[in-house]
Design a protein around this ligand. Structure first.
Ligand SMILES: [Zn+2]
Length: 283
């Protein structure tokens, strides 16, 4: 198995989890309440570090019928500290970017959306329609939000907006992109944050994006996490989507869990339990 591409199936859908990049990250950045003894204890109980962890940046490819779909193509050229491997890994798997019909963006943070920009400044997926929440598209073109970004990030957002003009498919509420592929609003992380559900032949894959930044949060959905815009709304989103995942026995994909980011969420008592997929390597 390739270190950064993990193929799997969901019903008739052929999927590949792709590691765009990875970096060491202080656990405190993800779990600001790390000094709370209960938090430390819960992490230790599950064998997670309380100091530093490898934080993966994962994207996904799904072939649904005739449609080649990319979900979050990683950083692309919008990072100067990491090497973005999403498109090279996709090519290595035999998929050419110009065959991709849809690029679904769960939100517009550059570790998820930067990869729509090719290294030469053009479009990485020139024939794709780019699917995102209306709120995300409107938000990142507003001067108020651009003013809060670093100058480099603001420049990336201006490039993104220019390249995608006329090529976007905007979603509001639940939206079916193609048969069996549906976006689900997941508010509380970033503007327009969206989950994606894939259903084929009775099997379900639920892409939770950044609803969970550290897998321990599945078992502690009320914990505060870094990078979320509203703790209250993300907690509500977690409860709704964890319940959905448990009821459909879905395979679950998390954008920042250890590669390949797959596992299952099962009901346990009044909460949930995360079980990472046994098929992928741990790092
Ligand atoms: Zn993220």
């Amino acid at each position: 198995m390739c270190e950064s591409a993990y193929p799997f199936r969901v019903g008739d859908f052929e999927c590949i989890a792709i590691r765009d990049s990875a970096e060491q990250c202080p656990v405190r950045e993800l779990l600001p309440d790390i000094d709370d003894p209960q938090v430390r204890e819960a992490l230790a109980l599950r064998g997670w570090s309380t100091e530093e962890m490898s934080y993966d940046f994962l994207g996904l490819f799904v072939r649904a019928g005739d449609d080649a779909i990319v979900i979050d193509p990683g950083w692309g050229p919008c990072t100067d500290r990491l090497e973005s491997r999403f498109v090279p890994s996709l090519r290595q798997a035999g998929i050419e970017p110009d065959h991709v019909a849809f690029v679904i963006l769960t939100h517009l943070d550059l570790d998820h959306a930067g990869g729509v920009i090719a290294p030469d400044g053009g479009l990485a997926f020139p024939n794709a329609r780019h699917v995102m929440a209306e709120e995300a598209w409107a938000g990142y073109r507003s001067l108020r939000i651009l003013a809060m970004c670093s100058p480099t990030d603001a420049e990336s957002y201006r490039t993104l907006a220019r390249l995608l003009e006329g090529r976007v498919l905007l979603t509001r509420d639940e939206t079916e992109v193609v048969a069996g592929v549906r976006t689900l609003p997941a508010p509380g992380h970033r503007l327009g944050h969206t989950a994606v559900e894939f259903v084929s032949r009775g099997e379900t894959l639920l892409h939770l994006a950044d609803t969970v930044l550290h897998p321990i949060v599945v078992e502690h959905p009320t914990w505060s996490t870094g990078y979320d815009s509203s703790q209250e709304r993300i907690r509500e989103t977690r409860r709704r989507l964890f319940d959905r995942a448990a009821r459909s026995s879905a395979l679950v994909f998390l954008s920042h869990a250890p590669f390949p980011g797959l596992g299952r969420i099962a009901s346990e008592g009044s909460g949930w339990r995360w079980s990472p997929s046994q098929t992928g390597p741990r790092n």
